[in-house]
Design a protein around this ligand. Structure first.
Ligand SMILES: [Zn+2]
Length: 64
């Protein structure tokens, strides 16, 4: 609702997994992560990182 008082500092992204190109789930998680960072919710951003990292992908891209 209300935004926080001006002292917003950007957290340093330590190691963030990259969302797999073409994966809707990873893309959505990536956007959630950005949103979480935007509001300073680092725990949620970390959660998104974990989910991106753990998101299973078929080795072969044959699945359409
Ligand atoms: Zn994915």
């Amino acid at each position: 609702m209300g935004r926080m008082d001006g002292a917003v500092h950007l957290p340093e992204p330590a190691r963030e997994p990259e969302p797999v190109a073409g994966c809707d789930v990873c893309g959505a998680l990536d956007r959630q992560r950005l949103g979480a960072y935007a509001v300073g919710d680092r725990s949620r951003a970390t959660d998104c990182n974990v989910e991106i990292r753990r998101h299973p992908h078929r080795a072969a891209t044959g699945e359409r």
